[in-house]
Structures are given as C-alpha cells and as structure tokens.
Ligand binder design. Structure first.
Ligand SMILES: Cc1cc2nc3c(=O)[nH]c(=O)nc-3n(C[C@H](O)[C@H](O)[C@H](O)COP(=O)(O)OP(=O)(O)OC[C@H]3O[C@@H](n4cnc5c(N)ncnc54)[C@H](O)[C@@H]3O)c2cc1C
Length: 377
C-alpha cells in the first residue's frame, strides 16, 4: 500500500481492545491514532482498588501473540495486568500512536447523508464496516489538562470505550436521598479511582456501607472490612445475590459443566446458604449477564469475624445518620459507597454528535446489543 492510500484510523480507548485494534491496523499498513482520556494506556486496569486482581486465569486473558512473562501467577495483580498491557503496546509500536489526556467529545460522519447511510444497511450485523469510502469521520477532541479543542479527520473509526465510565446512581423521593445524609456518599468507581493512600484514609475507622452485590460491591466491602475489622464493621446491603465463586475450581471447567452439579458443589463449599447469599439464577445465566465473579479472599471469614455484615433488602433510603432499609432496619454510616453499576449505553452514545447515529449504536433498549464487526466475540 503506498502512503497516499494509507487509511487513517481513529481508535477511541487505549484499553486492551483499543491496543489490539491499533496493533492490527498497523499490521495492515493503516495509520491509526488512539485517543484516550486517561493518563496512561491500559483502560480499566490503570485505576482499580488496591486489592483488584485478574479474576480470569492469566492464560485466558492473554493476547494470542504475546504471552505473559514466565513465572506470572495464575491470577496476576492489577499492577501486573497493567505492566503486561503496556509491554504489549510497546512491543508492537502501539505506544507511539496514542494520544493520552485526549477525550473524544464528538464523532460525526461527514460526506454522506443520513438517507445514503441508511441505504448501506451496514449496521444490522452483516459483518461489514460502516461507510463505503465516500465520507469521513470528523472527531472533536478535548485536551483534558488545557481544555483546548482540536479537530481531526479519519477514514475509519473504531470505538473501544469499554462498559465503564458513566455511573448508575439510584434515585430517591424528596428528602430520602443523599441530600439528607450527614456523611459522605460516592460511587464505587470514584472510590477505586482514588489513590490507595487517600482511599485508605477515607474509610479508616469509619462505619462504611456498601450498596450492591456485584463484583465491585463485594471487593469494596471486603477491602473496607479488612481495613477496619470488627470494631467498625462494614455493612453490605444487597437486593439479589450473584454467583461469586471460588477461583480454585470454576475457571478450569468447560461451559457445559457450569450446571447444577457445579452449583451444588459451590453451595456445599461456600457458606452462601448460611449467609443468605444463594443466587436466584443459574451460573450460566450469570455468565451471560456478566454477573459471575470471583469471591474476594476471606469474604465469609470476614463475615464470621464480625468485620462484614450482610443485609438483604429490596430498597433503602437515606436518613441523617445512615440508611433506612425497607425491612425497617436502620444502618448507621459515615461513608456510603454505591456499587450500583454503570450505563454503558450512555458512554457509547456520548461519543457521537448526531442523535441519529446515537440511536443506531444504542437504541431504546436498556442494554446495548450492537453487532460486532465480523461477528467477533
Ligand atoms: C475491576 C475490574 C476487574 C475486571 N476483571 C476482569 C477479568 O478478570 N477478566 C476479564 O476478562 N475482564 C475483566 N474486567 C473487564 C474489563 O472490562 C476488561 O478486562 C478490559 O479492560 C476491557 O477492555 P476494553 O479495552 O474493552 O475497555 P476498557 O478497559 O474499559 O478501556 C476503555 C478505555 O476507553 C477510554 N475512553 C472511554 N471513553 C472515551 C472517550 N470519549 N474519549 C477518549 N477515551 C475514552 C477510557 O479512558 C478507557 O481507557 C474487569 C473490569 C473491571 C472494572
């Protein structure tokens, strides 16, 4: 391909997906640029809880052409994951293509009308990339530090923004929300983005309540319980239990074994029944809904020691000194951490300027089912 034919490719996001996409684009002879709003490559792995580690075995979280360093443990720490991703980007020349601290605030396809684009019929999962070469993508990029705006043009756009970034916060009737609470309320993402020292300072000697039983809820609650012990127990409040399993067995099993046999095994070996944490759904359903996770180390030991208290309820509201659960129970708190999830659709929509394209990438449904290019999964 001579340089005049080289296709300019914009990639939004320097997480694992964006890095792999860039390496592939370089290998094809294209000219890729990755924009990431963060300060370094690695996506979610750049800022996590101190206790976060990979919950899939390293062998299953590996680029096919870039093995983990010899001697890496089966479940590497978040620092090791970040080092691995950075080394991959360095080895394949991806680092030179990255513009950090650069947030894409608007992407617009120019040169073809909505009517023409609709006629292409290329958003319906038929495996074709968007566009026929007659138009180009115009990107508006905001420099995080200076706030300055710069415009770019590209032939192709690859969106690798991940699922996290726009937080889901519960709503409350007037006078029942965080505004009446005298303590501090923050989302689990904000907590995990804090420097380790600041996060430790925030929770030290405080009555912490964590809301939500997903992976980040359990990890956050376990971290707070470990830090404060039984003198200031952490309370986890949750509506439904999820399959949070012991790493020693499940990940080595094939999918077909994720069945009642496995569930029975876990119910016998993890004290979820005793603690009211038996999920309503099957492990397979959890897997499909991204809700299967790894139980934090010592989770039920922390419960037994009295450092972690589990409270099931359908809803709750705030009062001046804590939370009031719909069971009538009051839970006193200094800090409430909402591990209540994310809005991946909003994150995706926020990239595009045109409401029409926004609706294409994320329609009225509550979760995005955008077909991936060439049905990759
Ligand atoms: C705590 C935690 C633990 C996890 N553990 C595992 C695990 O063990 N195994 C596993 O397989 N998966 C795990 N995941 C899932 C995780 O999403 C993947 O590991 C992986 O990071 C996804 O990569 P990605 O590139 O798609 O997205 P991300 O890693 O989310 O990267 C997206 C990047 O896009 C950037 N971005 C977003 N919007 C814009 C914009 N408008 N402009 C510029 N940049 C933008 C963000 O700054 C970010 O750097 C975990 C996730 C979390 C949060």
């Amino acid at each position: 391909m001579d340089s005049s034919n080289k296709k300019r490719v914009a990639i939004i996001g320097a997480g694992p997906s964006g890095l792999a996409a860039c390496k592939h684009a370089l290998a094809k002879g294209f000219v890729p640029v990755i924009f990431d709003s963060g300060a370094s490559v690695g996506g979610v792995w750049t800022r996590t809880l101190a206790s976060t580690k990979l919950q899939t075995p390293a062998a299953a979280f590996q680029f096919s052409d870039f093995p983990w360093p010899a001697g890496t443990s089966e479940f590497p720490s978040h620092d090791q994951v970040l080092a691995y991703l950075t080394a991959y980007a360095r080895k394949f020349g991806v680092l030179e293509c990255v513009k950090l601290g650069s947030k894409v605030v608007g992407a617009e396809y120019s040169g073809a009308s909505e009517k023409e684009v609709t006629a292409w019929d290329r958003w319906s999962g038929n495996g074709e990339a968007f566009g026929d070469g007659s138009g180009e993508w115009h990107l508006t990029v905001q420099h995080i530090e200076s706030g300055s705006i710069q415009k770019y043009e590209f032939d192709f756009l690859i969106v690798c923004v991940g699922r996290y970034g726009v937080t889901k916060i519960p709503t409350f009737p007037p006078n029942k929300g965080p505004e009446v609470f005298h303590g501090k309320v923050l989302h689990a993402q904000d907590y995990s983005h804090m420097e380790d020292r600041d996060a430790a300072e925030l929770i030290r000697g405080k009555r912490v309540v964590v809301v939500g039983s997903g992976k980040s809820g359990l990890d956050t609650a376990a971290e707070c319980a470990e830090a404060n012990g039984s003198k200031y127990p952490c309370t986890l409040i949750y509506r439904t239990a999820n399959w949070m399993v012991d790493h020693k067995l499940t990940w080595g099993l094939n999918r077909w074994l994720l069945s009642t046999v496995t569930e029975t095994y876990y119910k016998m070996h993890i004290p979820m029944r005793k603690n009211g944490m038996v999920p309503d759904c099957t492990i397979s359903q959890s897997l499909l809904g991204w809700k299967l996770g790894l139980l934090p180390d010592r989770f039920y030991d922390l419960v037994d020691e009295g450092s972690l208290v589990l409270n099931k309820c359908d809803s709750f509201s705030f009062c001046a000194d804590g939370l009031v659960l719909d069971t009538g129970k009051r839970v006193e708190a200094d800090v409430v951490i909402l591990a209540t999830g994310f809005n991946p659709d909003q994150l995706l929509r926020s990239v595009f300027t045109s409401p029409w394209v926004r609706d294409i990438v994320s329609g009225a449904s509550s979760d995005t089912m955008l077909p991936l290019y060439r049905q990759v999964d």
